[in-house]
Design a protein around this ligand. Structure first.
Ligand SMILES: Cc1ncc(COP(=O)(O)O)c(C=O)c1O
Length: 393
């Protein structure tokens, strides 16, 4: 079976430890083990035997996860990261003759997997809109209707969205469910950034809105613990029993220690404290990054994120985002994430959940390249207008 190159992940793997400034992170400063263990007796933890853990995740962990959604533990399958949750769901749901419809821009895991497993993958879009005089990324409902047909077996959304930081509103969520129901399609909602709101309340979950629904998530983004590799699928027990048949061919179980640490993190009161920490980090850091973005208002079009530790802005410069990514990496030792890696074109994604002063130092190098490109752009405009004047004379 052939599969698209997952360009975002591959380039990050290749270069993130090589550059001086890595601005491609999409989560927040990771928790340390001692922070997770706060108030626990570490010797009890050290005494754990390294046996096989429960294949679908421990009862206690599944109960805590279920509680966040108002579900029961029978609705939860624990996986190794959000990526295994998405992988298992898509592999388990799609057959050769099926069609899939995937939201773009997006983290292109579901896109690449659907293209490999299904007969046809169509896109529907989040687009730049204005609502009550304010810019926002919103659902292009017409594109959703066009992308979904009777042959569609699976519709995939990421909400809150990576890379835009957009959050769907009640009306948009309702429309997605209505379209899924009409097509009798499964809906997969990747909600891994839920809980990392820059402003406003906790983002709404799709859980409880539809019966053929799988919600995927995990501890890597809003919970600040990507190294634990804990993810999950919340879905109808019958569907999860089927997905377990696929999980048996991948990793069998989560890792024992991660399951134990995740149990602590997902206790309701700890979970809320961890999410508060995340929101405090991103609310503190974003204004600093925004003042850099606004210093380039002549070339950037910026819509603030509603959730997630990522900004995504369009630029007006004579260079593709993939070429800009290469240029910044090779000439400035800075890693950004280009719009191309999300199916979006001339955009840049910059993360701000880590050390914001480090991020600003990296962006000072980006300034040099932007200035160079602006001059190049205005020189080529001048040459063009001289040529046009000559042509007219
Ligand atoms: C939307 C989305 N889903 C899933 C993942 C993968 O998560 P994990 O690191 O838990 O495998 C990512 C990682 O960037 C993501 O952005």
């Amino acid at each position: 079976m052939r599969i698209d190159l997952f360009r975002m992940e591959r380039t990050q793997c290749l270069y993130e430890n090589e550059v001086e400034f890595n601005l491609s992170e999409s989560g927040v400063l990771p928790l340390r083990v001692e922070e997770i263990l706060e108030g626990e007796d570490p010797t009890t933890f050290l005494a754990h035997p390294m046996k096989y853990p429960e294949s679908e995740g421990s009862v206690e962990l599944r109960e805590h996860i279920a509680q966040w959604y108002g579900a029961t533990r029978e609705h939860v399958l624990v996986t190794n990261g959000g990526s295994e949750a998405n992988f298992t769901a898509i592999w388990g749901l799609l057959d050769k003759a099926d069609h899939a419809a995937v939201m773009l821009p997006n983290y292109l895991q579901a896109w690449g997997l659907s293209r490999a497993y299904a007969a046809k993958t169509t896109a529907f879009h989040l687009v730049e809109q204005t609502e009550n005089g304010k810019p926002r990324w919103g659902l292009d409902i017409e594109s959703l209707h066009k992308a979904v047909s009777k042959k569609t077996r699976l519709i995939v959304v990421t909400n809150p969205n990576n890379p835009t930081g957009a959050v769907l509103n009640e009306r948009e969520m309702g429309e997605i469910v209505r379209v899924a129901r009409k097509a009798n399609a499964w809906l997969l909602a990747d909600e891994i950034y839920r809980g990392a709101e820059v402003s406003g309340p906790l983002s709404l979950t799709f859980w409880g809105r539809y019966d053929k629904l799988l919600v995927t998530s995990g501890l890597s983004k809003a919970f600040g613990a990507p190294g634990l590799r804990i993810g999950w699928i919340v879905g109808p027990p019958k569907a999860l029993a089927n997905l377990c048949r696929y999980h048996d061919y991948t990793t069998l179980t989560p890792t024992y220690l991660s399951d134990r640490l995740a149990r602590i993190m997902m206790r309701p009161e700890r979970r809320e404290k961890i999410l508060e920490r995340t929101r405090a980090i991103i609310r503190r850091n974003l204004p600093k990054l925004e003042s850099w973005i606004h210093s380039h208002d002549d070339i950037f079009n910026y819509i603030p994120p509603v959730a997630g530790a990522i900004t995504f802005f369009r630029y007006k410069l004579p260079i593709s985002s993939a070429a800009l990514f290469d240029k910044l990496r090779k000439e400035r030792s800075v890693l950004i994430t280009p719009g191309d890696h999300f199916g979006a074109g001339r955009y840049i994604r910059v993360g701000y959940g880590y050390d914001v002063d480090y991020i600003l130092r990296g962006l000072a190098r980006v300034d040099l390249t932007l200035e160079e490109l602006k001059q190049k752009g205005s020189r080529s405009k001048q040459v063009k207008s001289v040529a046009e004047r000559r042509g007219a004379a």
